[in-house]
Structure formats: C-alpha cells, structure tokens
Design a protein around this ligand. Structure first.
Ligand SMILES: C[S@@+](CC[C@H](N)C(=O)[O-])C[C@H]1O[C@@H](n2cnc3c(N)ncnc32)[C@H](O)[C@@H]1O
Length: 425
C-alpha cells in the first residue's frame, strides 16, 4: 500500500502563509507546486515539515478542525504562518495518534537574487537634518519598536472573565496582523486569531501603521486587517496611514470597537491614552510602569478611569527578536477580580511601619515605601507607583494630586518621583 504523508509547504514569496496538505508522493507534489510557479524563478516552494501518517485524510481533517480560525479561506488548506504558529502545527501533527515518523527533506538553497537599486534616499543635508536629530529619532523609534511577547499577552488576557469577549469586536490599533514579514506580526493579533472561537469574538480589527508621512514618504501603506467570523481580509484605504489617530482609525474606534487591546508606541503614549480613555470603550493596554506617578496620567487614576491590570512586563522583543528589558505594565478599565497584588500591600498602623520605610521630607510630608501604608494617618502622604499598581486606590485611599506628581526633597536632596495619597474620610 502506498505511503501516506502530511506536509507543510511554503512559497518563498508568501512567507505569511503555508499550506498543509496530504500526498502519497512528496517529491511529485513539490514538483507540481513548483511547476505552477515555473515561470517565476523567485517564487520557490519548499517543504517546511513532512511526516508519514497512517491515515492522511483523517489527520488532514483534524488539522482543518483544530486550526479553522487560522485558515486564510474556509475552502482552502492555506494557513497563516509564522514561527510561533508553525511550532503549534508541527506539535499537533506529531502528537496525533496516526503520526508515524517525521521525514527529513534536503532542499537545495536557492541562489540569492541580488538587485542593484539606484540610490534615491536624500542625504541628511538635503533633508535639513543633523546627525543628532537622527540619533534622537532613532532612540525614540527604538522604544516604539518594542514588541510584546506572546506569552505576556496570553498571561494577562487569560486572567479576565471569558464572558467579556463574547460577541465583541476587538480593536488592536497599533498591530500588524499576519504581515508578510513575520517579525511584524503582533502577538496581540496572534492571540485573538488563535482564540477567536474560544473567546466567541465577533470581529478582530488590526491596523498597520505605515510610518509618518512626510515629504520623502508620500505614499501611505497603512492597512486594516479584519477577521469577521470566517472572513478575513486586508484593506488598504487610499491615504490611510494606519495611525491610531488617523480619521479612519478613530471611526473604527468610535463605531465598531468594543475592546481596544494593544501595546501602543511609547513616544505617543500620552495622546494614545487620551484618545483611548476618553473613547469610553473598554481597553487593555501596555504602558510604562511609572504612569501612576507621571503627571499626564495621574488624573485618569484619580478619576478611576484607569487602573492596573494583573501583570508587569519586564521583557520585550526588539525587531531583531532579541530580548530587551523595559518596565511595562498592563492598564485597563475592565474589572480585575480579587486583585492578587493586594497581598503585597502592607496596611498597618504608622507605628508598625519600620523606621527605614518611613521618613518625613523637608515639607514634613510623610514618605512611605516598600508598600507600607499607614491606616491611622489622616494627612496626605507620598507613595511610589507600586502601591497604586497593587490596588491601594481600591482599599479606601484616594489620589489627591490633581495635575502633577510629587518629588520629595529630603535634606535639600530630591528623591524619586511619587504621588500623594490620603485615606478616604
Ligand atoms: C511598542 S510597539 C508594539 C507593537 C505591538 N502592538 C506589540 O505589542 O508587539 C508600537 C507599535 O506601534 C507602531 N506605531 C508607531 N506610531 C504609531 C501610530 N501613530 N499609530 C499606530 N501605530 C503606531 C510602531 O510601528 C510599533 O509597531
């Protein structure tokens, strides 16, 4: 009886997709694929994985069922691809009861095609920029290009009551969804694509930011990726930048979004918060851990429009997929149940707070640290961001600072930034 195989194949010009199929002859099947694209030397099909199975039709059907949300179209065996998804496909196939053995295929490396492109980028001088401007810009862009790891998205989002997602439209407004370039595929988009059915989502909308439009970059390439039930499509509206404050993004936010979920660019965080918090929509976003003691954000915490989510995020990925440390935290206006971090608050009488964790500054304002909170002190006192993140404002204390944070001065020396809180009367 002929052997039966399951394979994953990919075309070099379509790195965001792969096909998972069945065959009795791996060699012939690959030739068939490459004959289809025979005229194009640049588009070469290659096996990513192949294995022998006992009943290929059954295995193929199980894959279709398991990954229905990740199929490009309902009627075709084309699946979204990136390394994270690919690992999942392979693990599923290898743990299938009908899996026999993996087949290793040697493929010849295609000769790299080198194109000579005429230099068209204007010089710094031509653009009226100094080396310093460029360095500053690069630094900013660097922070803006910190990508969230899949496990951090999963860890936080799975903490919320599953019911919050049911029949909802999730809007990821700083997220490339299954982009041609794998590194641009957002972990947010992946999480919602992967769990679309499970969460009973109605729609997922992700927008791709094309970069600032200036004199040297006039064409906009922003797009809107939509998954509406089984339908998935990308639109490239004319003149659309994909910026979260582009009129079209604002329209989607206002008219379609129920829950906004993303890690927005660091350099635009203030504007982003303003738009998102004021939109009246639910949101779950990543931002700087110091926001509760930062002037621009304090009013949101004070007015109970935003609170901390469950988790801190210490690591992000650079565009080269290298780990980079940065102090992030989840912020939301979605209920956080029995906040686990309450346990880290030490609410005790003033005299029980160890001396090394309390002091008075030059204005005689009490400063407490290490999450100690006095429960018998009626005047305002200063705390770091940590107790706010740990939920002190839900435990009978309020922020009293309207517009700014508090920088204590002790013996003439400035201490780190805090915020003033007071026990509710
Ligand atoms: C901190 S990264 C996070 C990316 C992704 N949301 C994630 O969590 O991995 C911010 C992203 O926003 C994009 N971006 C920068 N300015 C933007 C804007 N005005 N509107 C929307 N996205 C923007 C950046 O290109 C970058 O991909």
């Amino acid at each position: 009886m002929a052997k039966q195989y399951i394979y994953t194949v990919q075309a070099s010009l379509e790195p965001s997709k792969c096909k998972i199929g069945k065959t009795n002859d791996l060699e012939r099947r690959l030739k068939e694929y490459n004959n289809m694209t025979g005229k194009s030397k640049e588009n070469v099909y290659r096996y990513l994985f192949a294995c022998e199975v006992k009943n290929m039709t059954e295995v193929e059907n199980d894959i279709k069922i398991k990954y229905s949300a990740l199929r490009e179209e309902k009627s075709r065996e084309i699946y979204f691809f990136n390394s994270e998804l690919f690992k999942q496909y392979v693990t599923f196939i290898k743990s299938h009861p009908l899996f026999v053995k993996e087949i290793f295929i040697k493929t010849e490396d295609k000769k790299e095609i080198i194109k000579i492109v005429k230099k068209t980028t204007p010089s710094l001088e031509e653009r009226g920029l100094s080396q310093r401007d460029v360095l500053q810009k690069a630094q900013k862009a660097n922070n803006d290009e910190f990508y969230t790891r899949y496990e951090d998205v999963e860890k936080e989002l799975s903490m919320y009551d599953k019911k919050i997602w049911k029949d909802k439209t999730v809007f990821c407004n700083c997220d490339d969804a299954v982009d041609n370039n794998e590194k641009n595929t957002s972990a947010f988009a992946l999480y919602f694509l992967r769990n679309f059915k499970e969460l009973e989502l109605k729609k997922l909308i992700c927008t791709h930011y094309s970069g600032a439009v200036d004199l040297f970059n006039q064409g906009t390439k922003g797009y809107v990726f939509t998954k509406d039930g089984f339908k998935e499509f990308k639109d490239f509206p004319k003149g659309y930048t994909g910026s979260f404050d582009d009129p079209l993004s604002l329209k989607i936010l206002k008219e379609e979004a129920d829950i906004v979920c993303t890690n927005p660019p660091f350099s635009r965080a203030i504007d982003y918060w303003k738009i998102t918090v004021e939109s009246g929509k639910q949101f779950l976003i990543i931002s700087n851990i110091a926001n509760p003691v930062t002037k621009a954000y304090i009013p949101y915490f004070k007015d109970n429009k935003v609170w901390a989510g469950y988790n801190e995020i210490d690591w992000f990925l650079t565009p080269k997929k290298e780990l980079n440390r940065a102090a992030g935290y989840w912020f939301t206006n979605i209920p956080v149940k029995d906040r686990p971090k309450y346990k880290q608050l030490k609410i005790v009488s003033l005299k029980e707070i160890p001396e090394k964790h309390k002091q008075y500054d030059d204005l005689k304002i009490l400063l407490v640290d290490n999450c100690y909170i006095p429960n018998d002190y009626e005047k305002p006192f200063a705390v770091s961001a940590r107790p706010i993140l740990n939920g002190i404002l839900e435990k009978g204390y309020k922020l009293i600072e309207e517009n700014t944070s508090y920088i204590p001065v002790v013996n003439g020396k400035e201490k780190f930034r805090r915020v003033l809180v007071q026990r509710n009367s």
